[in-house]
Design a protein around this ligand. Structure first.
Ligand SMILES: Cc1cc2nc3c(=O)[nH]c(=O)nc-3n(C[C@H](O)[C@H](O)[C@H](O)COP(=O)(O)OP(=O)(O)OC[C@H]3O[C@@H](n4cnc5c(N)ncnc54)[C@H](O)[C@@H]3O)c2cc1C
Length: 402
């Protein structure tokens, strides 16, 4: 069902905001998207999108554009202290959803932003910041500093970990700092990413690498304790290079070449008791920011956006649609958030010899046993990617140019 005339304000122009604007425009809603940064940009360095998130983007008709500057990772490779313990092809979930896509965040944001510009249903306002909410209206400060209010039927808070919408509406939410600190770096040349592709665990923490399909590679490090965490906290680049080199051959040189494109951030979670109230609903990091260890933050955000659009497109009042969206997404996202925290614990905190040996032996044995890996992957992906693809495809017409 088309929701012509439904006026929606989407707060935030990140992956969640841009994809929500696109999906809601497909069902005929009139969307105003407000983003505080002056120009479409990208926080972070690079990203890996799993088949669940890709199902949303490919369902929106963005596959070709995304693949112009991205690398399709077709095997999941894990090493433990320098020895490969798992190397398996990703299963084919249908509709060509048989890979993880690694790309720079700027490339992803550009593809999403270009698609919003093709829709006459989307008014994307950059440099506009939501500063509060009163009497059901959003208070916004525009680029010239002048404040104004917006009327709407529905507000979607896609404004990230520090969500203003969440704070203004008084959701019972907590931001929880994780012990983990992450480093993300863009490395010139694809060679390093090609040779080191995969996830590498060691006694110091984890390292992840992949080529990005645009002549650069991605290197990420994560640590929750020990010398790597100290080096990250102090931004001690010589120590970081030395330690990275012991975790992954070539990572020391790669980091040396990436000084300028290097981001070190603490990891935070958002635990939110409610996701909606009246005509206001949260999605993405504003609702469920998680540790990055399962690579599911952005893909879960894309699933939220697709589920919200699908529920609103059914013949039912908006409040019922929102209740169904929350019932569908909150338990799934919370499960993955918990799983990601557990992954962080096992990969980064079992650094003492006893626990680490027990962990490593268990993982090696599990890697050798002919256990089916697909059910575990499916539970992390939350929804069947093929069904998500079809559901997004059927939301409405594909925009011109897709
Ligand atoms: C180290 C690290 C690595 C990660 N790697 C991956 C990965 O490989 N794969 C993956 O799927 N996920 C990954 N994630 C998670 C992923 O980055 C997030 O889950 C995703 O970006 C969430 O998108 P979002 O749109 O909800 O929030 P955000 O990306 O935070 O976007 C929120 C937007 O709202 C805007 N905003 C905020 N307040 C206001 C306001 N008051 N008014 C107007 N605009 C406002 C902000 O400027 C921002 O643009 C990683 C996270 C971290 C920390």
């Amino acid at each position: 069902m088309l929701r012509n005339g439904l006026r929606v304000t989407v707060v935030g122009g990140g992956i969640g905001g841009l994809s929500t604007a696109l999906l809601l425009s497909r069902i005929g809603a009139q969307v105003t998207m407000v983003e505080r940064v002056p120009k479409p940009g990208a926080a972070g360095v690079a990203i890996a999108l799993y088949p669940n998130g890709l199902a949303v983007l490919y369902g929106l008709g963005l596959r070709e554009r995304l693949h112009e500057r991205a690398f399709a990772v077709r095997r999941g490779m894990y090493s433990l202290n320098g020895r490969v313990v798992l190397d398996i092809a990703f299963p084919d979930f249908g509709h060509g959803l048989d890979h993880v896509l690694a790309l720079t965040r700027s490339a992803l944001h550009q593809v999403l932003y270009d698609a919003t510009r093709r829709s006459r249903h989307i008014d994307a306002r950059f440099g506009h910041e939501v500063i509060g909410m009163a009497d059901g209206r959003l208070h916004i400060r525009g680029p010239t500093g002048v404040a104004y209010q917006l009327r709407h039927d529905l507000v979607v808070g896609a404004d990230g970990v520090h969500s203003t919408v969440r704070a203004a509406a008084g959701f019972a939410a907590r931001r929880v700092g994780s012990p983990s600190i992450a480093l993300r770096a863009l490395v010139l040349g694809e060679g390093f990413g090609q040779t080191a592709i995969g996830e590498h665990w060691s006694r110091l923490g984890i390292a992840i690498a992949a080529p990005l399909g645009d002549g650069t590679s991605y290197l990420a490090l994560g640590a929750s304790r020990g010398p790597l965490k100290t080096a990250l906290q102090c931004r001690d680049l010589p120590a970081l290079r030395r330690l990275a080199g012991t975790m992954l051959p070539g990572a020391d040189r790669a980091l040396g070449a990436a000084d300028r494109d290097l981001l070190i951030t603490p990891v935070q979670e958002v635990r939110c008791a409610r996701w909606s109230t009246d005509n206001l609903v949260l999605l993405g990091d504003a609702a469920h920011a998680m540790t990055p260890h399962l690579g599911q933050g952005a893909s879960s955000t894309l699933l939220d956006a697709a589920a919200l659009a699908a529920e609103l497109s059914r013949e039912q009042p908006s409040d019922l649609a929102i209740a169904r969206y929350v019932a569908r997404r909150k338990p799934a996202a919370t499960r993955v958030q918990n799983g990601s925290r557990m992954h962080a614990l096992v990969s980064e905190r079992f650094t003492g010899p006893g626990l680490r040996q027990l962990r490593d032996t268990t993982i090696r044995l599990a890697g050798r046993l002919p256990l089916p890996k697909e059910p575990l992957l499916r539970s992390i992906l939350q929804e069947d990617p093929a069904q998500t693809f079809t559901s997004v495809r059927h939301l409405g017409p594909v925009s011109e140019g897709d």
